[in-house]
Write a new protein. Structure first.
Length: 70
C-alpha cells in the first residue's frame, strides 16, 4: 500500500484552500506554487510549503511554466 504524504496544489484561490483543508484533515502535507503577484494571497499562507515560480512573468505564464514547476 502506497500512502500519499505530500501533494502539490497547482491552483490558487478558493479551490486551493479547499484542497489544503481536505489534505490537512487527511494528514497529508501540502505544497503551493505562487507567482510574484500572488505572493500575499491566502493560498500561499495556507500551504505547508510554498514556492515562487515564473519570477518576472505575468501570473498566467508563471503557473504554466511547467519545467520550472517540476
Amino acid at each position: 500500500k502506497h500512502e500519499i504524504k505530500k501533494i502539490l496544489v497547482a491552483n490558487r484561490g478558493e479551490i486551493a484552500i479547499r484542497v489544503f483543508r481536505a489534505a490537512t484533515e487527511a494528514g497529508i502535507r501540502t505544497v503551493a506554487i505562487y507567482s510574484e503577484q500572488d505572493a500575499n494571497h491566502m493560498h500561499r499562507q495556507k500551504a505547508d510549503e510554498a514556492y515562487l515560480v515564473g519570477k518576472g512573468m505575468p501570473p498566467v505564464a508563471a503557473y504554466l511554466n511547467i519545467p520550472e514547476i517540476i
